[in-house]
Design a protein around this ligand. Structure first.
Ligand SMILES: C=C(CC[C@@H](C)[C@H]1CC[C@H]2C3=CC[C@H]4[C@H](C)[C@@H](O)CC[C@]4(C)[C@H]3CC[C@]12C)C(C)C
Ligand SMILES: C[S@@+](CC[C@H](N)C(=O)[O-])C[C@H]1O[C@@H](n2cnc3c(N)ncnc32)[C@H](O)[C@@H]1O
Length: 349
């Protein structure tokens, strides 16, 4: 008789253990890159982005940004969702709802309407494009440098039944396969920070935008609180750069200067992270708490058992370190991922 509770406890423990194991197996798996290439790609990525200040070769930056997205796209999607960006936390709203509001705001700022053709420069797997197309009824063309993201975005567009409105193209936003003056609006969400020279991507966006039309960008930048020479500040910013494939974070004041240099009129500029906006790093703190024992332990066990390819743990460790740097960047106020700039291409009339 006494053995029944014991048996039930053992069964529960076994069941729980198995559930954890299969859950982790699903989360830690990286499908976006061939198993045998994972460790090598990670090593090359890490040694390249560990010295961001020495990065001078733009072609190499583009190559390693592509490698980065092959390494992390699955992990981001499974844990963060289909939108690869931050948003201010909103009291009473979930992470998903706050994300959607932040995306819809980008569409509203450039005045998207049904019938408009809009460009999403650096579209990821298309979370923002699906939200903005559903919100406004406009047509959206997204461009990303990563082939796996193109496949994923097309599949998710079909699944969400917005494939008649949303199209995804593989390409480089520094040399886009689009005609001059062909878009009624352009937005970029936390994507142009990957460009070796901001001027190059802004000039290309200027070229494809119709005269009189608007461009909005959410930029990753350092703020006025960042002091170069402050050891902690520099360590945080270097940590953000190497863990997020960034060729060098810019100061917020450089953004409008660059926009004007390529011909834009700057309509509005604002750090969307400033109060009364809620902190954008709240969700990262939650992720950090569960990350160690769920993801890291899972990746360690799976890699040791040969169920996950070599390099899986390295990717998770890199992301964990990045989380800490991003949270410190937010807490100290030296960094924001949502410096919003709204620009107009002047019309000749
Ligand atoms: C704009 C960019 C990406 C912004 C964010 C979507 C991502 C930045 C850091 C990412 C993450 C960090 C920690 C990861 C965690 C250790 C892992 O176990 C699960 C995924 C993370 C939570 C991951 C999710 C996406 C980010 C928050 C950059 C690249 C320009
Ligand atoms: C952090 S993700 C943001 C994705 C999307 N805007 C979102 O919010 O979900 C950055 C995106 O920029 C794209 N990207 C970076 N450099 C690029 C380039 N040179 N050309 C095209 N896309 C690029 C990446 O492939 C990725 O899709």
């Amino acid at each position: 008789m006494d053995s029944l509770p014991l048996l039930c406890s053992i069964l529960l423990l076994l069941g729980g253990g198995l559930y954890w194991f299969f859950w982790i197996l699903r989360l830690a798996k990286i499908n976006s890159i061939a198993t045998e290439k994972l460790q090598d790609s990670y090593n090359k990525y890490w040694s390249f982005f560990s010295q961001p200040k020495e990065i001078s070769n733009a072609d190499k930056v583009l190559h390693f940004v592509d490698v980065f997205y092959s390494l992390i796209t699955d992990v981001y999607e499974k844990i963060w969702g289909q939108s690869f960006h931050f948003s201010p936390s909103v009291r009473g709203k979930s992470h998903g709802e706050a994300t959607r509001l932040h995306e819809e705001m980008a569409g509203d700022l450039i005045g998207v309407k049904p019938g408009h053709k809009v460009l999403d420069a650096g579209c990821g797997i298309g979370g923002p494009m699906r939200a903005i197309a559903a919100h406004s009824g406009c047509k959206i063309v997204g461009i990303t440098i990563n082939e796996y993201q193109v496949q994923r975005a097309r599949m998710l567009n079909k699944k969400a039944r917005v494939d008649s409105l949303c199209e995804v193209v593989l390409g480089n936003f520094l040399e886009m396969p689009f005609d001059d003056n062909s878009f009624d609006g352009v937005y970029s969400i936390e994507a142009t920070c990957h460009a070796p020279m901001l001027e190059d991507v802004y000039a290309e966006i200027f070229r494809v935008l119709k005269p009189g039309a608007l461009y909005v960008s959410y930029e990753w930048v350092t703020t006025d609180r960042y002091c170069s020479g402050n050891v902690e500040h520099e360590e945080i910013i270097r940590g953000i750069e190497r863990g997020d494939a960034l060729p060098g974070l810019r100061h917020y004041s450089d953004i409008a200067v660059t926009a004007r240099k390529v011909g834009f009129e700057v309509v509005k500029e604002k750090d969307l992270a400033m109060p009364p906006a809620g902190p954008w790093w709240t969700n990262l703190e939650t992720v950090k708490k569960i990350d160690n024992w769920i993801n890291r332990t899972g990746a360690t066990v799976l890699e040791a058992l040969g169920l996950a390819p070599k390099g899986t743990l390295d990717v998770h460790v890199m992301l964990s370190a990045t989380v800490s740097h991003l949270i410190r960047g937010g807490e100290t106020g030296i960094f924001t991922p949502m410096h919003m700039i709204l620009c107009r291409k002047p019309s000749p009339f």
